[in-house]
Design a protein around this ligand. Structure first.
Ligand SMILES: *Cc1c(COP(=O)(O)O)cnc(C)c1O
Length: 412
């Protein structure tokens, strides 16, 4: 008899974006002529850089002749892409990562969800609140999160509140945890972590023999020169951290699919009997070779093209387009009297709702008052209550029109 994995039954349905769509549709039905603008888009919208498109065309042509055809590639990714990553993403920051510490994947979501396989199911874990839901849900699926209470909190998860008081960087837990998920620049808050703050986490992990899963999906949006792009900028991080990168937000690859995970060779964990410390890098290679057959050759050629001189310029121009949207949004909304966080080193703005309005009630007011859609912050965790997330991934004209409407709605 096949019995199901009952941990799946504990998962809550992720209603957030479905609920938003339902409410927006209800509005549209009763306001047929309204043109609703979304500042809630969680996906990129601008086309792929021409240098990347050309590389993909060439890669497709490679498949057409016997001499240049590519079948299965190495599970870990093609060496030319891993070398390009070492040379472009790490060496210029003084970080020494070797190509065999890099694992190419089909985007960061898969690996942030799968990485938990490397450590025992009963390790304790800590996450920031608000949070990208993958970190918790993937641990619910393997039983590590424990049981859930009526507030939606899991018994084996430590929630680290990110709020105005701590500038959206959580304080170190006052007890031991084995696994820590951090994401900076952060989705949803758009806030960043300084080197000094990040150093505290690395030191905590070194002291407590914990492992940090560091999601750097938005590092390309960092504008301030003193904000770390990688946790490996911190001394000692190679011993305690696994880092996730993605071309999704960096270069608009949400539909192409490519990213990578760094598992340094010094990163080790103990066996249950305490007799051995073993490196996680060979374990991840074994895992990938068994369960993953590599990212498509075409996607990897596309990723490689983001590092060519033209590719870099073009990718940078798109990021700068989104960051101009973010600046316009930040400036206008601040002028209108809103308290706005983020949006300086990330494509997300985390806006405080006025006068203690709840996230959902402000969502409705904004929709009915200005025909603008935002994402209620509480959908990302309890600490998100009283905030909404705005994204700068839209078109400039829509962004400007939305700001104009919000101003008219508020008479400011
Ligand atoms: C978008 C995003 C990713 C990237 O996901 P892909 O699978 O690479 O498209 C990773 N982490 C966070 C927090 C994200 O918002």
């Amino acid at each position: 008899m096949a019995l199901i994995n009952e941990h799946y039954l504990k998962l809550s349905k992720n209603y957030l974006f479905a609920d938003i769509a339902k409410k927006v549709n209800a509005y549209k039905v009763s306001h047929r002529n309204a043109r609703v603008i979304s500042l809630g888009i969680g996906d990129v919208t601008q086309p792929i850089a021409p240098a990347v498109i050309e590389a993909m065309h060439r890669a497709v042509d490679d498949m057409a002749t016997k001499e240049t055809f590519h079948g299965y590639g190495p599970e870990q990714g093609y060496p030319w892409l891993r070398e390009a990553i070492v040379k472009n993403d790490f060496l210029p920051r003084g970080i020494h990562i070797s190509a065999d510490e890099i694992f190419i994947n089909d985007g960061a979501k898969s690996d942030t969800g799968n990485i938990g396989e490397l450590v025992r199911w009963d390790n304790s874990m800590a996450v920031t609140d608000p949070i990208y839901p993958v970190y918790i849900d993937s641990n619910v699926m393997n039983g590590r999160a424990g049981s859930v209470n009526e507030k939606g909190e899991w018994s084996n998860v430590t929630y680290m509140a990110c709020n105005e008081e701590n500038n959206f960087v959580p304080s170190i837990p006052n007890h031991r945890v084995d696994m820590i998920y951090l994401c900076y620049p952060n989705n949803p808050t758009g806030m960043v972590i300084t080197k000094d703050e990040l150093r505290k986490w690395v030191n905590y992990a070194l002291k407590n023999d914990a492992v940090i899963f560091y999601d750097a999906a938005y590092h390309a949006y960092i504008q301030d020169s003193d904000i770390p792009h990688s946790i490996y900028e911190i001394k000692g991080a190679r011993k305690v951290a696994i880092e996730f990168h993605s071309y999704s937000k960096t270069a608009g690859f949400t539909g192409i699919r490519c990213g990578y995970t760094v598992v340094p060779k010094e990163l080790t964990a103990q066996t249950m009997d305490g007799k051995q410390r073993l490196p996680l890098n060979p374990m991840w290679l074994r895992r990938q070779s068994t369960k993953f057959n590599g990212t498509s050759y075409i996607s990897q050629r596309a990723a490689e093209a983001t590092y060519t001189p033209e590719g870099r310029e073009q990718v940078k121009a798109t990021i700068s387009y989104y960051m101009t949207n973010a600046r316009l949004m930040r400036e206008s909304l601040t002028r209108m009297g809103f308290k706005v966080y983020g949006g300086e080193n990330a494509p997300y703005l985390w806006m405080k709702t006025p006068d203690g309005t709840t996230s959902w009630s402000f969502f409705e007011q904004l929709l009915y008052g200005a025909q603008v859609v935002c994402t209620p912050g509480v959908g990302f965790g309890p600490s998100g209550e009283g905030f909404v997330r705005l994204t700068s991934f839209g078109n400039r004209e829509d962004c400007e029109e939305a700001l104009h409407r919000i101003g008219e709605w508020l008479h400011v």
